[in-house]
Design a protein around this ligand. Structure first.
Ligand SMILES: *[C@@H]1O[C@H](CO)[C@@H](O)[C@H](O)[C@H]1NC(C)=O
Ligand SMILES: *[C@@H]1O[C@H](CO)[C@@H](O)[C@H](O)[C@H]1NC(C)=O
Ligand SMILES: *[C@@H]1O[C@H](CO)[C@@H](O)[C@H](O)[C@H]1NC(C)=O
Ligand SMILES: *[C@@H]1O[C@H](CO)[C@@H](O)[C@H](O)[C@H]1NC(C)=O
Length: 349
């Protein structure tokens, strides 16, 4: 610790002693000259204030100095700001040789550029938060009193209305079913010319309608399918239409959501009754031993002590009716000889 602070002193002291007298004067602004702390205003300009030293003094290695809108603040000794500084469309020069607290940097806009407040030159001060008070870029100045010719009209599209002053950006749009190629906006430049060529609008087409398994496409065969084309799908016999049969070519060139044709499900159980469409049926009583996509079948499973049954449901999904894990298929002997004792026939638990 002791070693660290002596090192720090070694670093700080040369700066203190090399200051020329003019700068020292500028930094030690007296109490009466320094404005009161106006933190809100300081914050607005991105200035972070150091601890105020109005009432108490400052800790070791800090000095009570005026820091602009922050008022009298405890400024670390030897504080410096970044250098060099790059500002868009501007040149920067130090007003003196150093870039320590209180030093100034001159910011000069390039020809044809101005600061937000219209100035061409500003002095930026090295603040107590190690930042320069002003680093905003310079902006190009446009004489907006001149006009461009009306921008070109386009087929199957349109653009913003006038007036078309210098600096104005004009946007283009395409009609429904067309997509825009090229720049979607043009800038009226200082030379009274538009910045780009006008875009073009091209019809959007969908690809050939996709094949759907077990479906029949109902559509007039066309070489192109423009936006808005409607096609229909039908499912083959015994297949269930899952989704909308009406499919539209959308504005982005893709087809709206496609339906599925879902298969019926064979019933894997053979020797028990089950509940289907609200009735207790043997498998042979169900037409073709098939249930429709989405339908639910309730099976019976043997209860814990074997003398009763409970229900377990399964739903047909596209050809697959999964048997509940608890289901046990009775053997042929059980089915023929002791049909009263098979799981679907014993009492419910
Ligand atoms: C802008 O251009 C017009 C026409 O060239 C000129 O009369 C006017 O003085 C210019 N305004 C500024 C601010 O430069
Ligand atoms: C869509 O079809 C029209 C008519 O055939 C054609 O002119 C246009 O280039 C096609 N659009 C695209 C993006 O392929
Ligand atoms: C086209 O638009 C639809 C609906 O807005 C969207 O669901 C689909 O993902 C889009 N397709 C592409 C390729 O962007
Ligand atoms: C079987 O279990 C049920 C319910 O847990 C109970 O009521 C019944 O007495 C049991 N039967 C035998 C034979 O253990």
């Amino acid at each position: 610790m002791a070693r660290f602070s002596s090192l720090l002193l070694l670093v700080v002291l040369p700066f203190l002693f090399t200051e020329d007298s003019g700068e020292v004067k500028a930094r030690s602004v007296t109490d009466s000259k320094c404005p009161h702390r106006r933190k809100n205003i300081a914050v607005l300009t991105g200035h972070t204030c150091q601890k105020s030293c109005k009432r108490q003094g400052c800790s070791k290695n800090r000095m009570c100095i005026c820091d602009g809108k922050c008022g009298l603040s405890c400024i670390p000794q030897g504080l410096s700001c970044p250098w060099p500084v790059m500002i868009d469309n501007a040149e920067t020069h130090l007003a003196q040789e150093s870039y320590m607290f209180g030093d100034f940097m001159e910011v000069m806009c390039m020809p044809g550029f101005r600061m937000a407040d219209g100035q061409e030159v500003a002095m930026s001060r090295c603040q107590g938060d190690r930042k320069w008070s002003f680093t905003a870029p310079c902006e190009g100045v446009l004489n907006t009193s001149t006009l461009c010719k009306p921008p070109p009209g386009i087929e199957n599209g349109f653009h913003d209305d006038g007036p078309y002053n210098t600096g104005r950006e004009v946007r283009y749009w395409c009609d429904y079913g067309y997509h825009l190629e090229g720049a979607d906006s043009l800038l009226c430049q200082e030379n009274e010319e538009w910045s780009h060529a006008a875009p073009t609008c091209h019809p959007v087409n969908c690809s050939q309608p996709p094949q759907i398994a077990q479906a029949i496409l109902v559509a007039v065969h066309q070489s192109v399918y423009p936006v808005g084309t409607v096609i229909y799908y039908l499912c083959k016999k015994d297949f269930y239409l899952d989704g909308s049969n009406r499919v539209v070519c959308l504005e982005n060139g893709s087809w709206s959501e496609l339906p599925y044709c879902r298969a019926r499900c064979p019933i894997p159980a053979k020797r028990s009754r089950m509940i289907y469409q609200g009735r207790r049926l043997w498998v042979y009583e169900i037409p073709d031993q098939l249930v429709h996509h989405g339908e639910t079948v309730t099976f019976f499973c043997r209860g814990q002590n074997g003398t009763c049954h409970f229900k377990a449901e399964s739903q047909c999904f596209d050809g697959v009716l999964k048997m509940p894990d608890c289901y046990e298929e009775p053997t042929n002997v059980q089915y023929i000889m002791f049909s009263q004792r098979i799981v679907s026939e014993i009492p419910a638990c």
